[in-house]
Design a protein around this ligand. Sequence first.
Ligand SMILES: C[S@@+](CC[C@H](N)C(=O)[O-])C[C@H]1O[C@@H](n2cnc3c(N)ncnc32)[C@H](O)[C@@H]1O
Length: 212
Amino acid sequence: MRGGIDGAGAGGPPIAGGHAMAVAEGWLCGLDPAEAMLDVARARPDIEWVLGDLSSVSWDEGFDLVVMTGHAFQVLLGDEELRVALAAIRSALTEDGRFVFETRNPPARAWEQWTTGHPVEIIGASGAVVRMEREVETPVEDGLVSFTHTFTSPAWDRPEVSRSTLRFLDVAGLSSFLAAAGLMVEEQFGDWASGPLTDASPEIITIARRTA
Ligand SMILES: C[S@@+](CC[C@H](N)C(=O)[O-])C[C@H]1O[C@@H](n2cnc3c(N)ncnc32)[C@H](O)[C@@H]1O
């Protein structure tokens, strides 16, 4: 059995580990365009880690499972970028293969919780405290939400700021992109307890397969 993990880096060991159990008998491959993320992910040496994204690979070797976790699907911002990614996933799948991924459900407006005032603190590698705060840029436009993570530490001269944008695609939009790529929804859930997908659901968790 062959399994692929796209956007694999940040949560490499734990996230990939969960899926690795499902495909433990075969070859596992993880794909991420960020070298730093792959450095973390390489703690799992039983997975072949590939630097790149879905536009840079042409895998038609028959993956039984392609998984995108950690809302990595939402980094695909433009329509064309999304079409290219879905086409690559479709051609990577075997006839009976599955593409499993999650994206946050737009009506739940998760970004409204991403306010300052909820800083997270961790102890960095040097032993100093590192504090992270998230701030959403307004207005939120065309299903795109941009935000910053600001990292500060008493051990640093200045803060580090990382800017990100995520796409929030609704259920209908998602189905239409999947259909155009030759994929269909087999099952969908609205949360991590396999609850039904409703307008109030926090997630759109999708199991998709090839239409033909
Ligand atoms: C929020 S992290 C999720 C990481 C991991 N899958 C997890 O569940 O913890 C999103 C990941 O997507 C990667 N990424 C960014 N752009 C990408 C792209 N175009 N194709 C694939 N992965 C991408 C990032 O480098 C990052 O590792």
